[in-house]
Unconditional design. Sequence first.
Length: 317
Amino acid sequence: MTPKLASVIIPTYNRSDKLALVLEALSKQSLPPDKYETLVVDNHSRDNTKETVQQCIQRFPGLNIRYLFEEKQGLNFARNLGVLQAQADVLVFLDDDAIPETGWLQALLSVYDDPKIGCVGGKITPGFPKGTRLPRWLSPIFNGYFSGFDPGGNQNKELTENKYFPYGANISFKKEAIISAGFFNPKLDRCGGNLVAGGETEMCLKIRRLGWKIFYTPHASVLHLISPNRLTRKYFIDHAKGEGITMALIDRSLCNNTVTYQQASHYLHGMVKYGKMLLSTMREEDKRFYYYLRVRVYSVALLYWVRLLVLGPRQGN
């Protein structure tokens, strides 16, 4: 058996139609198919995901697809099953609605030329539904809410700032780095309709503390397919709430599961900072809504911090 350079892990939940498009794009990679494997981790879907994967196994026999089933709902349960089952040293995580370009996988792997590189992420471009009229206020400033990621530049570069860590729709790790950090935290990230997220962000923070480097390459690009339900103000407001809770949970996790007054101070500073920006951009519809959302994120984080301080975490957190 030819040693695998990469294991592509696709956690999936009720997106069989988009999953088929992702697997088709994977079958067209420039990297020879015997150099990587594809693990589809069904996170207890209720649609025809299993049948779709079986059909794709027949359609793309060279793709080395393996179907895995994770009964426990939660993105990080699915990710961790993929980690345990993967045969390669580099684990590449791809969303079930992210379409990779032909040279995507080869570009990611080419960055691992330094043994201390533990994570490489790529460019993510939001792909809006054809024929859909976008809201007037929707400008590129909101791309992050669609997992859009492009820190700029045409060269590979190391990422050292927390706000520029790669997003989970297009990210890879050394298997050794994930294991050394204790796997993905099941208390964080997507579970059904829950918008708490941040498993890959916490992983990046943990492995960097352990001395691993984190890189970005603009040459490993995916198109992230955006569903119409994500184009409403309600989605953004709910997303901001999830982001605020995530912020508080990650900060607590990285401080040995304790809450500190320094965390509260950070949240207050964020509220004031973005509150001032909101007041200065009241006549610009896109920025007004964007800065309102940032204020909401830090407000929710502070409120959840108070809850953690007084009552402790909810069960499961």
